[in-house]
Ligand binder design. Structure first.
Ligand code: PXP
Length: 247
């Protein structure tokens, strides 16, 4: 697969899960998340992100191969740390695998992965994915203990959960932003590439995009929601402009 990663630039990974959510509401084939994936590059996105959940409420197994066939953009497969998901990742060999905590009853990924607490369980899994040439990313809270665990796990990437930042306002949001910035600096200083995502919108993206060490943002729900009103290409393009304005 040709990679179109451009080092140095803040990359936008477009999470297409909620196109699949709408498709699945009727159990048919429309709207097809593959069609969304095909539109991402033309609108200024740099990668496709998709979460294969245990209950398949977003993308389904067959979507993975279809997405890969439809676009040259790198695929970041979000997945729980289970044998089933590792097997699927090893079969499809996406560009990256982002390990997320997953609870069946949650509406979305509510918190970061406890990489420190689950170190022994994660270590062999991260190694197997890495040995297969898959870039492992750990979706963690901006917390030094979690960054240190990612270092020990030799994860090349961490993605900081920005959900808390997105939910807060005023001084509390500023404090959470500082936590993300400090942890991005700590990760980068230790050779880990920091990413960020969850709950990012036109209103809150710029301060996160301005953190110089952050190399990639993964954004889904808001882009797909805005696409209802403006179209997907326009929503991605606007997000891209805001991200670029921060650098
Ligand atoms: N990054 C990760 C690891 C996620 O789990 C999600 C949600 O699936 C996102 C980014 C995107 O979050 P949102 O859909 O809120 O933009």
């Amino acid at each position: 697969m040709a990679s179109v990663l451009s080092p140095g630039k803040l990359r936008l990974g477009v999470n297409i899960d909620h196109v699949a959510t709408i498709r699945n509401a009727r159990g048919g084939d429309h709207p097809d998340p593959v069609r969304a994936a095909e539109m991402v590059a033309g609108a200024g996105g740099d990668g496709i992100t998709a979460h294969l959940r245990e209950d398949r409420r977003h993308i389904r197994d067959d979507d993975i191969a279809r997405i890969r066939a439809a676009t040259n953009l790198p695929l970041n497969l979000e997945m729980a740390a289970t044998e089933e998901m590792v097997g699927i990742a090893l079969r499809h060999k996406p560009h990256a695998a982002c390990i997320v905590p997953e609870k069946r009853e949650e509406r979305t990924t509510e918190g970061g992965l406890d990489a420190a607490g689950q170190f022994d369980r994660l270590a062999p899994l991260v190694a197997r994915l890495g040995d297969a040439g898959i870039r492992v990313s750990l979706f963690i809270e901006p917390d030094a203990r979690q960054v240190e665990a990612a270092m020990k796990l030799k994860a090349p990437v961490v993605e900081f959960h920005t959900g808390e930042y997105a939910n807060l306002s005023g001084e509390e949001r500023a404090a959470e932003l500082k936590r993300i910035a400090d942890m991005a600096a700590l990760a980068a200083k230790n050779g880990i590439e920091p990413h960020a995502g969850h709950g990012l919108t036109y209103e809150n993206v710029v301060p996160v995009a301005a953190i110089p060490q952050i190399a990639e943002l993964n954004i889904g729900h808001y882009l797909i929601g805005e696409a209802i009103f403006t179209g997907l290409e326009a929503s991605i393009r606007r997000m891209r402009e805001l991200m670029d304005s921060a650098r």
